[in-house]
Design a protein around this ligand. Structure first.
Ligand code: FAD
Ligand code: NAP
Length: 540
């Protein structure tokens, strides 16, 4: 590491890591401020999540008209979303359009991974190293590395000897995978598995779904958008965006005005039916107390269990598909197109690997404690080392050469999810401690890019050298975030929100659960009060 403090190859104002929605807009804003910016992206082009996750069935689960940039009225007006929930290909085409429109690619080096960064304490500047051997000196080091960008393949013995092909949904081959006539095994029934399983089943000779934990999923009710719908949305976009930014989750939604427990059974059923018919992830927030009161949540669980049983013909299979280990919505709720219907197909077998765990991958397929399944292809829909994985894959050292990995050894600690004490001039976008994965992430990323840009403009205006979260402000923020989380049903569930999917990962509820609107107000107040909770280091 020490050689990183030698003479750099290049000097810039800012390094931005990642060319997903966050990094792209960050670069755009910093260039607008007149800064010299170098972006790095491990992939070969822009898009982030939508560049990597090309598995069959991949779509957004926030309405396309909301899951898009809001910073430019012109951009909003010129782009036509074809469906309620756009495919991966359409979202990627949109992000490529944005990159073209704003000339963003010229600020990025692609196929380049940032591997290390070191604070020079004398200058409070960052030295950044890439895997292509470039060393940069930058005042600001901005991590737009993604919350769901470090694919996790479980350590199952024998994978190297598998004679067929295997893929992770988050690293899907660009040329696609020919599934026709193949015996395919999918491991995992989170959002990626649930989106891909119905599509894979259409093509496969036989599809084996290896399920460890059943999951809640709500029909997406995806369909094309009509010209009239698009025109109506475009005519009212500003108001829609204003309400989305002020909302809890970053899209327009009002829960039913009464508790699930104070209405009659008939009224409750009617409201759930309405939510089910509308489809989508907001079903998890039908009633205001659904995610805070177990009894209220139980009413939603029972409703969904009955829906699953009504669709799945074989009740022994339905028994396995009905989730029973967590309150509905406390893991990211999934949306689907004909997921439960897929288990009525003759060419689909549900394998319960909770009762009979996978013990090995053999050259021929997957072995559980009970049987061998012969396969041509294995699909790992096994998720990500979420929120911290991509940050910690970079060897980052701050004051006193302390490694971020050590600072976060007991779980991530940040101030506002944006800044880390001991790491001046380093910003994390949509990081742990911010609403991030609990919100429409494009609006969350835009907010962070705007806030960081204004912060840097402020530093420039007073000719300051650096800004750094104080330890006290960070401790208070972590305590406040935990306190809010404890008022909900989320922390008790074994989800990736708490790191439970990665063996050995410390258990902390990582996102800020107070809602995007509230969070934006807090961040604005802190900036207005001259960056309260931060230490601003003067140039001298
Ligand atoms: P990413 O898009 O993950 O981009 C980060 C980029 O950083 C990646 O391209 C990665 O290669 C690069 N990178 C990381 N580390 C390095 C390094 N060291 N050096 C160089 N490059 C690096 N969110 C929603 O709000 N709504 C949705 O409907 C939705 N659907 C999703 C569907 C899928 C399949 C997945 C996986 C996630 C989905 N999400 C959704 C979350 C999604 O990740 C965010 O919405 C958003 O795309 C994240 O953008 P980002 O720029 O923060 O990160
Ligand atoms: P995930 O939600 O973490 O699901 C991973 C699945 O793999 C789980 O079912 C898990 O089972 C299973 N699994 C992991 N290791 C296993 C093992 N060793 N043996 C058997 N099963 C194993 O990951 P994801 O589906 O990729 O989704 C991650 C997040 O990305 C989502 O929550 C969402 O935020 C986002 N996403 C969104 C969409 C969308 O609809 N727009 C689509 C995809 C992803 P356990 O539950 O038992 O651990």
């Amino acid at each position: 590491m020490d050689d990183l403090l030698g003479p750099p190859d290049e000097v810039v104002d800012a390094v931005v890591v990642g060319a997903g929605v966050a990094g792209m807009y960050m670069v755009h804003r910093l260039r607008g401020l007149g800064l010299s910016v170098q972006g790095f992206e491990a992939g070969s082009d822009v898009g982030g999540t939508w560049y990597w996750n090309r598995y069959p069935g991949a779509r957004c689960d926030v309405l396309s008209v909301d899951y898009s940039y809001s910073f430019s009225g012109e951009l909003q007006q010129e782009w036509d979303w074809s469906e309620r929930y756009a495919t991966q290909a359409e979202i990627l085409a949109y992000l490529e359009h944005v990159a073209d429109r704003y000339g963003l690619r010229r600020s990025f080096a692609f196929d380049t991974r940032v591997v290390a960064a070191r604070l020079d304490e004398a200058t409070l500047r960052w030295r950044v190293r890439t895997d292509t051997g470039r060393t940069l000196d930058a005042r600001f080091f901005i991590l737009a590395t993604g919350s769901l960008s470090s694919a996790s393949v479980p350590d199952i013995p024998g994978l190297d000897d598998f004679a067929g092909d295997w893929y992770h949904t988050g690293q899907w081959p660009h040329e696609g995978v020919d599934c026709a006539g193949r015996r395919i095994g999918v491991i995992g029934t989170g959002s990626s598995g649930i989106q891909s399983i119905p599509v894979l089943a259409e093509a496969a000779e036989h599809l084996f779904v290896f399920q460890r934990t059943p999951n809640y999923t709500v029909p997406a009710r995806n369909r094309p958008l009509s010209d009239a719908e698009r025109a109506e949305i475009k005519a009212n976009y500003d108001d829609r965006r204003r309400r989305s930014r002020a909302s809890g989750g970053g899209s327009v939604h009002e829960p039913y005005p009464k508790s699930a427990l104070e209405v009659s059974e008939d009224e409750r059923r009617a409201i759930y039916e309405e939510g089910w018919k509308a489809g989508g992830v907001l079903f998890a927030k039908t009633f205001p107390d659904q995610l805070t009161t177990l009894e209220a949540n139980e009413t939603a669980r029972a409703f969904v269990a009955a829906k699953i049983r009504a669709v799945v013909k074989d009740q022994a299979v339905a028994d396995l598909l009905v989730p029973n280990d967590h309150p509905i919505g406390t893991k990211r709720i999934c949306t689907d197109s004909y997921y439960f219907e897929t288990f009525n197909r003759d060419n689909v077998t549900l394998v319960d690997v909770r009762s009979a765990p996978i013990v090995a991958i053999t050259p021929e397929g997957i072995r559980t404690t009970e049987a061998d399944y012969a396969l041509d292809t294995i699909v790992f829909a096994t998720g990500f080392d979420a929120m911290t994985g991509s940050v910690l894959r970079i060897d980052i050292r701050g004051r006193g050469s302390v490694a971020l990995a050590d600072v976060w050894a007991g779980g991530p600690r940040t101030y506002l999810g944006l800044s880390i004490s001991g790491f001046p001039n380093l910003f994390v976008m949509t990081g742990p401690g911010s609403p991030s994965v609990l919100a429409n992430m494009i609006l969350a990323a835009e907010h962070h890019a705007d806030w960081i840009t204004e912060c840097i403009a402020y530093l420039k205006s007073i000719e300051a050298l650096a800004i750094e979260a104080t330890e006290k402000a960070q401790d208070d923020w972590v305590a406040y975030s935990n306190e809010l989380a404890e008022q909900t049903l989320f922390p008790a569930t074994n989800s990736w929100y708490v790191g439970a999917n990665i063996p050995g990962k410390p258990r902390t509820f990582m996102p800020f659960i107070g809602g995007l609107g509230t969070y934006r107000t807090i961040c604005a107040g802190i900036a207005e009060r001259n960056y309260e909770g931060f230490r601003v280091v003067a140039a001298t």
